[in-house]
Design a protein around this ligand. Structure first.
Ligand code: SF4
Ligand code: SF4
Length: 186
């Protein structure tokens, strides 16, 4: 990949997958469009995977996107969250907040991103904390980046190509039962 450029980031929210009090039988992400969601509902839709905080490369010739395991300098690999979410766009000018208008335009969002799924009229996966009721299922299912990134502070832009990985573009096949067994130490 001789002609590739680094793409901007997205950003996981700070309280992903928090259930909203007073939901009716049909949860809000099935009833409302992205544009109709309140700020609280919008923030809660994030699954906390952190995939959007990875550095991406775009091939100039083909437009293909390549994810890397190199993560934004503000990302905490242990908590799988941004260290300064409130000031993220000031601290990291490349950090591009998601909005109802841009979600479907950002081709570097991972296919598992909850905003992308709902924007495309699809359903959330079982591991999403809003569906599972457990904030850890996004980690146990192998969706999150927790524990498998290196900071961009330690990798030069010229070396990003050496860190290209496939897993941020994949949807792991582990089923709910297998993941539950791992979580319970069976
Ligand atoms: S500034 Fe925070 S939210 Fe934005 S890409 Fe970096 S770690 Fe993610
Ligand atoms: S990829 Fe989407 S669901 Fe995952 S952390 Fe980023 S905004 Fe949240």
């Amino acid at each position: 990949m001789e002609t590739a450029s680094k793409l901007p980031f997205g950003g996981p929210n700070q309280q992903p997958g928090v259930r909203i009090e007073g939901e009716s039988d049909a949860p809000y992400w099935r009833r409302l469009s992205l544009a109709e969601m309140s700020a609280e509902q919008w923030e809660s839709l994030c699954d906390g995977c952190g995939r959007c905080c990875l550095n991406k490369l775009e091939d100039w010739d083909t437009g293909d996107i390549f994810w890397t395991d190199v993560v934004c300098r503000l990302f905490d690999d242990e908590t799988c969250s941004c260290n300064d979410y409130s000031n993220r766009t000031t601290r990291v000018p490349d950090c591009q907040p998601l909005t109802p208008d841009n979600v479907l335009q950002l081709k570097w969002l991972p296919p598992t991103c909850a905003y992308k799924l709902i924007g495309e009229g699809r359903e959330l996966y079982w591991w999403h904390p809003l569906v599972s009721g457990d904030a850890d299922t996004v980690h146990f299912a192998g969706i999150s980046v927790r524990g498998r990134t290196v900071s961009e502070n330690d990798v030069s832009t010229e070396d990003l190509e050496d860190h290209v990985v496939d897993w941020p573009g994949e949807t792991p096949g582990a089923d709910r039962e297998a993941v539950s067994a791992v979580a319970e130490g069976d």
